[in-house]
Ligand binder design. Sequence first.
Ligand SMILES: [Zn+2]
Length: 339
Amino acid sequence: MIIDCHGHYTTAPEPHQLFREAQVEAFDKGEVLPGLPRISDDQIRESVEKNQLRLLRERGADMTLFSPRASTMAHHVGSEAVSQQWTGACNDLIKRVVDLYPDYFIGVCQLPQSPGVPIEHSIAELERCINDLGFVGCNLNPDPSGGHWTSAPLTDRSWYPFYEKLVELDVPAMVHVSGSCNHNFHATGAHYINADTTAFMQLLAGDLFTDFPDLRIIIPHGGGAVPYHWGRYRGLADMLKKPLLAEHMMKNVFFDTCVYHQPGIDLLFRVIDIDNILFGSEMVGAVRGIDPETGHYFDDTKRYVDALNLSEEDHYKVYEGNARRIYPRLDAILKERGK
Ligand SMILES: [Zn+2]
């Protein structure tokens, strides 16, 4: 099987986004928008079949771990109540996609984070999505302020109640920021990659996995700048008197393959152990065009991974085995289906 661990519903039907706009407008007037967006199954089918499902089939993958559009999580917009309502609507919509196409999509949830609000307030929605909706993971925003980094580092004890719940539920978190309201940082070109790199360095500087040996964190977009600067991080671990990275973090930290050119994928696989790499494309997402140098979509990452000519064992790990190990609930669902 070929499992894409990183897909977003970036093509959600228009009423979903209109609901969001109305919700924010209502908040600005001091009101609360009642209800939820009305979206038909046909609207969902059309939005998925023309986009994610078509590309999945064309590119030869089997399924996607599917989460709400990351850039519009926008935890910095409105209040905690706004974030809770919006997150519920986004996760419910993912559940409808999964119900319509259970063979192709499995849910990963957004969290109702808000700047300055304790992470405990996101636990109920995590539990609802995992226990009631059958999702297998979550996207955890290390910077709900949207580019101003007002939260404590991920190793701070204020995050611990959430990690305890992740371990209890046996689900991983993908570290994933949302839109940027800091004009210095382009959302997908700078803010995302900054956050990936920042999260890795926070984890390196701390000792989180001593306290949570079973916690699993996925750093998307190929780990940001980390693989390219692997020598720097090995050197910093040495300077900070930390164990070797393999011991200190790499039993708990994983990177995906959302890197949009062959030399980047080559480097990722040369530097990072195969057990720490998950296939992902983030389609339809950050970069949607066709590379004029290759004639193929930039985000057709399967093409780059296939070009590595991996051994059968490594091929299995990257495309299926690692995902089943890191997302045990995904593994359980697949086993139930005889896969
Ligand atoms: Zn993403």
